[in-house]
Write a protein that binds this ligand. Sequence first.
Ligand code: SAH
Ligand code: SF4
Ligand code: F3S
Length: 439
Amino acid sequence: MKYYIITYGCQMNEADSSLMASLLDRAGWQEVESAAGADLIVLNTCSVRERPEHKVYSTLGELRAWKQSNPDALLAVAGCMAQRAGEEIRRRAPHVDIVLGTRWFHHIHDLVARVRAGDGPLVVSEMEEDPSAARTGNDLAADRAPLRAFVPVIRGCSNFCSYCIVPLVRGPESSRPAEDIICEVKALVGRGTREVTLLGQNVLAYGRDLPGGATFPDLLRALDPIPDLWRIRFTTCHPRDVTDELVSAMAELPSVCEHIHLPIQAGEDKLLHDMNRGYTIAQYRTTVDRLRAGVPGLALTTDIMVGFPGETEEQFEESLRLYRCIGFDAAFTFAYSPRPGTAAGEREDEVPQDTRLARLRKLIDLQNGITLSRNKAGVGEEAEVLVDGPAHRGEGLLAGRARNNKQVIVAGDQRLAGSLVRVKLAEPHLWGFRGHLDE
Ligand code: SAH
Ligand code: SF4
Ligand code: F3S
């Protein structure tokens, strides 16, 4: 039996997809890279903005023909949109056999078996914590041990930023026991993984919900000594949760990379307040100063949203001035998209869509200039690069990442894939650098 998984959304969804794949593999299924010939298709979905949701409905529409010509094949919808709109999905796409919410992905195989036995269609999206969910991953994750692996350490989010659907679809914060994470990382490294990215919607909240008071920096300290684990990354960080302990762990631990993704969202206090972000611009800047002072060579990236309800031209311009001052190495930029059930989704002072898009364009232009000038400043430096493999950009080229997470492309022997090399950074680009191997 063959399965095909299509993943939308964030790295947590990628990690969940990979776990579903391992579960199916263990049950004797085989992964394929297209719908043709698949006996099961799983869409792992995202609800964070309207657009990824539309995309899912259009993909479901396209899969109607596939389903008609493969009546015994199964179609499953998992992830955040399945959690938010399970019944609606079944109504709009009755050819969907299984809808499984965010706390159910690890039951994929049982649910498939039930539907195959005639017990379908099924919609399972209860939010209650299934005690087995937190432990899912331990030995499974190592079945697929990529060079760079994602390791969920805390699921859910309890922050309730006013625009955000994540707490509604992912439930409250729930940390995995540290010993499970350590065991999983050791297993991954034993099978060839050399870099892990510790994942959480709010990764710095790690441990708050666990007995014993372990913190995220404690987790970093526990993972750092694992032999042959070269690099540790983590994402995403809420600015309010950056502590001195985090800064010193980043500074002291050799495997922890010099990069932090610290979403700012807006650059003006009233907007931040209305977004329920829990910090002011002054506090954000102090946090950045502490990080930059404590962690030499740190790359700082962020998420920025424009067109939040009520955002005035002045607030937008003030935000741009701030972004110019801070100088992010890169930013993911978004136009606000109202989400059902969120506090901001109820607001009536929406910014018109064309204004949102015009502001987004302006922000992207500004940030592109900043990104390029920050990369220009890096030219001539030496970087340690972990080589992923052949670059998509041309024959004989290798692609990898510097410790600060910037992409580096060099000419070199394909056998360097999976190793650490020293590179002299040469041409700056928006996406990173072209460089030369240091012999
Ligand atoms: N947990 C992460 C964010 C996850 S969502 C964090 O707090 O940093 C990723 C990004 O999507 C957010 O940082 C935000 O910039 C954007 N986003 C979230 N909700 C959105 C909405 N309703 N409209 C537009 N962008 C949104
Ligand atoms: Fe959403 Fe805020 Fe939680 Fe991030 S911290 S997932 S933006 S509620
Ligand atoms: Fe999207 Fe869910 Fe991730 S809403 S961003 S897939 S947590």
